[in-house]
Design a protein around this ligand. Structure first.
Ligand SMILES: Cc1cc2nc3c(=O)[nH]c(=O)nc-3n(C[C@H](O)[C@H](O)[C@H](O)COP(=O)(O)OP(=O)(O)OC[C@H]3O[C@@H](n4cnc5c(N)ncnc54)[C@H](O)[C@@H]3O)c2cc1C
Length: 411
């Protein structure tokens, strides 16, 4: 049994803590904003197993200039942050070559094949049931050509993952989601998705489980110090805490701790916005992706959440909630009964790498330090499997199947 410290109690830090506790380790998690609303609680609540295509792809790079012209569109860049974002963007372009896309796709496929099973295990470890529903998801499009292209791609991914997909005309899509009263050309239904009842409830449940079986400390880890007798967290306004091993799982803020260890990392925020309507008049039985506009509407427990899109910006830049309003307005074209007002707006920070692969790795020069961050659009989906893999790394050392996720790729 080892004494293990974790920086960050988002869904990645919590899933990791629970796996380690389950293996008999004595775990202390540090969270700088207990009660805060990070990406882990405000996300779209979707187990997105079919999403094995990285963000950086030739088709995305070709569409990007058009998207960037619309400041409220699916992809925007805060231009004053361009100098800070340039190294990440340059690597995003390099990640979009066919060989690199295939490499990321293959690596994500390996994790996705285990993602659902790992969530089942995590639920059993924490006594959770009924928190996910096998809803599948519908993606709708404005043109038949877009439906055909998406169906071909979704079919390829479904064949690799073993779920079904269906091509739907407008009437068939409306049968799945009657609220879609506006005009559209058709859609694709994929059975590979599941919907969480509420990511906030899930995170609070995991945190409560850690409080019962380990320790959750309300404090910020300022830096990590390697010593002969252990690894020490230097804690803001608190005493240093020394552990046998540590895990850095602090979302985008991991980069400060990792750079303090002398390691390079390319980690920036793809910020997303949404609006949550409680007890909504509009109901959906499954998530509906408005793919050409870069957002999704998800039915959560007694709520409807509408949002997504990508804003490349520094993590602490002021929020631009006009982006949340723009997505509501666009959704009303398809769902005229969506209310104009009355929802709660939120902005969150996806911790993203240029190749869309998370860092699930040991520190190369010090195997007492594990790294678990950079899950981008897929952190909820990949949280449980990340917890399992980090536990294996700390128990048994590096394994070849995790090589694509190593921090070594940035050195
Ligand atoms: C709009 C939007 C929609 C999304 N939808 C989905 C979805 O449907 N499905 C999906 O799989 N993923 C989705 N995601 C992505 C997912 O939410 C993230 O990948 C995931 O939440 C990242 O989790 P994390 O624990 O790494 O980071 P975070 O959620 O950011 O948590 C990190 C935690 O670490 C704490 N912390 C930071 N620094 C320190 C420090 N120095 N000391 C102590 N604590 C610290 C922070 O306060 C925070 O609580 C979405 C994201 C967004 C923004």
């Amino acid at each position: 049994m080892a004494h293990i410290g974790i920086a960050g109690a988002g869904v990645i830090g919590c899933a990791t803590a629970i796996h380690l506790i389950e293996q008999g380790h004595d775990v202390t998690v540090f969270e700088k904003d207990v009660g805060g609303l990070p990406a882990s609680v405000g996300n779209a609540g979707i187990l997105a197993v079919p999403e094995i295509d990285p963000l950086a792809r030739p088709d995305m790079i070709l569409s990007a200039p058009r998207w960037l012209l619309d400041p409220l569109g699916p992809l925007t860049l805060r231009w004053q942050d361009l100098p800070a974002l340039t190294p990440w963007l340059a690597n995003l372009l390099m990640a979009a070559t066919p060989a690199n896309v295939e490499r990321s796709r293959k690596a994500l496929l390996g994790l996705m094949r285990e993602a659902l099973g790992a969530h089942g295990d995590l639920a059993r470890m924490t006594g959770l049931s009924g928190h996910m529903k096998p809803t599948g998801a519908l993606t709708i499009f404005d043109s038949e050509k877009a439906v055909d292209t998406a169906f071909r791609r979704a079919s390829e991914n479904a064949a690799l993952l073993g779920h079904t997909v269906e091509k739907l005309d407008t009437k068939q899509a409306r049968a799945r989601a009657p609220a879609l009263e506006g005009n559209f050309a058709g859609g694709v239904f994929s059975a590979g998705y599941q919907t969480f009842l509420d990511p906030l409830t899930l995170l609070r449940h995991l945190q409560a489980n850690i409080r019962q079986r380990g320790t959750l400390v309300d404090a910020e880890v300022e830096s990590v110090r390697q010593e002969a007798n252990g690894v020490t967290f230097l804690v803001r306004d608190g005493a240093p805490a020394t552990f046998d091993k540590v895990v850095i799982a602090a979302g985008v803020w991991s980069r400060t701790l990792v750079r303090g260890l002398g390691l390079k990392v390319l980690l920036e925020t793809e910020r997303g916005y949404n609006t949550t309507f409680t007890n909504p008049q509009v109901t959906l039985d499954l998530p509906v992706f408005f793919a050409e506009h870069g957002f999704v509407a998800t039915p959560l427990e007694n709520a409807l959440r509408v949002g997504g899109a990508v804003e490349l910006a520094k993590p602490d830049a002021p929020a631009n909630f006009a982006r949340a309003a723009a997505m509501r307005q666009k959704m009303r074209r398809y769902v005229p009964s969506l209310p104009e007002t009355g929802g709660t707006e939120w902005m969150g920070r996806r911790p993203s790498t240029p190749d869309s692969l998370p860092v699930i790795s040991l520190c190369p020069a010090d195997p007492r330090i594990a790294l678990a961050f950079g899950h981008g659009h897929l952190g909820l989906t990949l949280s449980a499997i990340t917890g399992r893999k980090i536990t294996e790394l700390l128990n048994s050392g590096e394994k070849p199947d995790l090589a694509p996720f190593s921090i070594k790729r940035f050195q």
